[in-house]
Design a protein around this ligand. Structure first.
Ligand code: PHE
Length: 345
């Protein structure tokens, strides 16, 4: 064992330069690997004279530590060198798979309804979700403190003054804004999210979605309303669908009706979906009350019109036989994925 071999290796350590991790690894193998120069010195050490062991043992251990420290230093340097150049890209690696979402059933149904009414010549109108009392109630013929307001229990955003702000309970408020803004004839549908202070259950929720429609022109009659709803029902639920109208009450329409479609599951025979009646309720409608036209500056002597409104969750429940409204709001992928194969609308 020669001191000069040890000195030579020690000196070479200071001069050692590596650019890449690969070069660092090569240097490590050359020095400390199984057949490395320093490892070879340790082999030699086994056979040297006992008298020299204490002296060389210490020097060799120091050399080994220095070499290891230098390799560590180079490794850190090389990696920072690499990060300056940016990550090493392997373009042949398979990519990260991207999870594809699917359309939400409520959004599928909304699009279907909008497409049907677009074909009939209706435009889409939108309005604010936080509305004032005037547009949600007063302009629609709900006088202050009138019991009809109980039909739509409301979340108030600010209370206590003449025209409080609230979360709209129906998109009829958008119809008011449209009547204020647009010249007659008017033909619009208003899709949107609405809010009511309801206890959440399988059949009710405090958030849901509606599409409401409004048609105003000269000589619009109840027969026009009936025909529009029949055409819509046949486009939506199939050409054999029949409708029936039952008298009802809404403050903003007179006369008012609720519309049922023939049950598309049992075709009128009676099943548990239609509760044995053969009919399913889908919407409310009526002739716009002259008070409502006048409130928005439309001459009720010259013009008349009809309005209708339906809940999207309800239509989607009938379409896909969903039995609990809460499924629509829980974002459970096991539920939502079932609509992935729904036709692209
Ligand atoms: N706005 C009514 C509701 O939300 C639905 C409706 C609209 C009824 C238009 C008649 C005419 O319950």
């Amino acid at each position: 064992m020669k001191q000069e071999d040890i000195d030579r290796i020690a000196a070479s350590l200071a001069e050692l330069k590596c650019k890449t991790q690969k070069e660092v690894e090569e240097a490590r193998v050359r020095l400390l690997g199984k057949k490395g120069e320093i490892t070879a010195l340790f082999e030699e050490f086994r056979n040297i004279d006992r008298s020299q062991k204490a002296q060389f043992g210490k020097i060799l251990n120091e050399l080994k530590q220095k070499a290891q420290a230098r390799i560590d230093e180079l490794r850190a340097g090389a990696s920072s060198e690499a990060s300056k150049e940016g990550p090493q890209l392997d373009l042949t690696m398979p990519g990260d798979p991207m999870e594809l979402g699917s359309r939400h059933p409520v959004s599928i149904v909304r699009q279907e309804i909008v497409d049907i009414f677009r074909k009939f010549g209706y435009d889409v109108a939108e309005g604010p979700e936080i509305e004032d009392d005037y547009h949600v109630f007063e302009a629609l013929n709900f006088p202050p403190n009138h019991p009809a307001r109980d039909m739509q229990d409301t979340f108030f955003v600010s209370a206590g003054h003449l025209n409080p702000l609230l979360l709209r309970t129906h998109t009829s408020s958008v119809q008011v804004r449209t009547m204020e803004r647009m010249p007659v004839p008017i033909r619009v549908i208003c899709p949107g999210r609405v809010f009511r202070n309801e206890a959440i259950s399988a059949r009710a929720h405090c958030i849901f979605h509606q599409v409401e429609g409004l048609y105003i022109d000269e000589n619009v009659t109840f027969a026009d309303l009936k025909q529009a709803i029949l055409l819509f029902a046949r486009e939506m639920f199939g050409p054999d669908t029949e409708i029936r109208m039952r008298p009802s009450y809404f403050p903003f329409t007179e006369p008012s009706a609720e519309v049922d479609v023939s049950c598309n599951i049992c075709h009128g025979k009676g099943c548990n979906i239609c509760k044995g009646t053969g009919w399913l309720e889908i919407l409310g409608c009526g002739m716009v009350d002259p008070n409502v036209l006048e409130a928005s500056g439309i001459d009720s002597k010259r013009y008349s019109g009809f309005a209708f409104g339906m809940g999207l969750e309800r239509i989607a429940m009938l379409k896909w036989r969903v039995n609990d409204l809460r499924h629509y709001f829980e974002n459970d992928m096991r539920f939502l994925r079932q609509f992935a194969a729904a036709p692209e609308v």
